[in-house]
Design a protein around this ligand. Structure first.
Ligand SMILES: N[C@@H](CCC(=O)N[C@@H](CS)C(=O)NCC(=O)O)C(=O)O
Length: 214
């Protein structure tokens, strides 16, 4: 199994698939392709039909888009989704909401693990996205979080979906109150998240268009 991913500092979609694969206990190799430099597009297209990362190559089976990769991995490792049907439906709902929404947060607070942009990026739309994410985290923790420290107790695809938001909150100094704040701390202390962050800090490539507040 090989996962094709972009820069660990910036590629939020790559992080989702990578973390799901790590937490699912899969043994996989990585093909790391720095994005938005000459040759990037050709290199990605050699592996990924969409021309985007992440893309999973499981012994010739190609799966692209982080949502599809997560579902594929959860078919092989069902523990990546909650066992209870209501919890599972909610996990899929919040994962899909994250996947298709939060455009203001994405554009004004892009993932950028190496930077300290505390206080930057706030607009009314961004703050509304932050409020909705905080509400999701508090709601999932209260209703489904009894069996562990993650949104649905044990780690699930929903946590992978929100992993880049956790790095964003760290970079931009967003501290949610209550259970959501504790959940943020849990995610940032996750050993796989720390591995990813260490690798991001060690990268030398940068994408100037993403370094919004230098
Ligand atoms: N919805 C896709 C988004 C993938 C995506 O936009 N990937 C970006 C990097 S984070 C990319 O490959 N950009 C390179 C390009 O557009 O040339 C997913 O969930 O995988």
């Amino acid at each position: 199994m090989k996962l094709i991913i972009g820069n660990k500092n910036y590629s939020s979609w790559s992080l989702r698939a990578w973390l799901a694969a790590r937490e699912g206990g899969f043994s996989f190799g990585e093909i790391d392709i720095p994005l938005f430099i000459p040759g990037s597009r050709e290199r990605i297209l050699a592996h990924s039909p969409s021309g985007k990362v992440p893309c999973l190559n499981d012994n010739g089976v190609l799966v692209w888009d982080s949502l599809a990769i997560g579902e594929y991995l959860a078919e092989k490792q069902p523990a990546l989704l909650p066992a209870d049907a209501t919890a599972r439906a909610t996990a899929r709902s919040v994962t899909a909401e994250m996947h298709s929404g939060f455009q203001a947060l994405r554009s004004k607070m892009p993932m950028n693990i190496r930077k300290d942009y505390r206080g930057f990026g706030h607009t009314p739309e961004v703050d509304a996205d932050i409020a909705r994410i905080t509400a999701i985290w508090n709601d999932c923790r209260a209703r489904f979080g009894q069996g562990g420290p993650y949104l649905f107790g044990r780690f699930s695809l929903a946590d992978a979906a929100f992993a880049p938001v956790c790095f964003r909150f760290q970079t931009y100094g967003v501290q949610p109150d209550g259970a959501a704040g504790e959940y943020l701390a849990t995610m940032l202390a996750n050993p796989h998240m720390q591995d990813w962050a260490a690798a991001a800090r060690a990268e030398t490539e940068s994408i100037p268009a993403e370094d919004l507040y230098d």
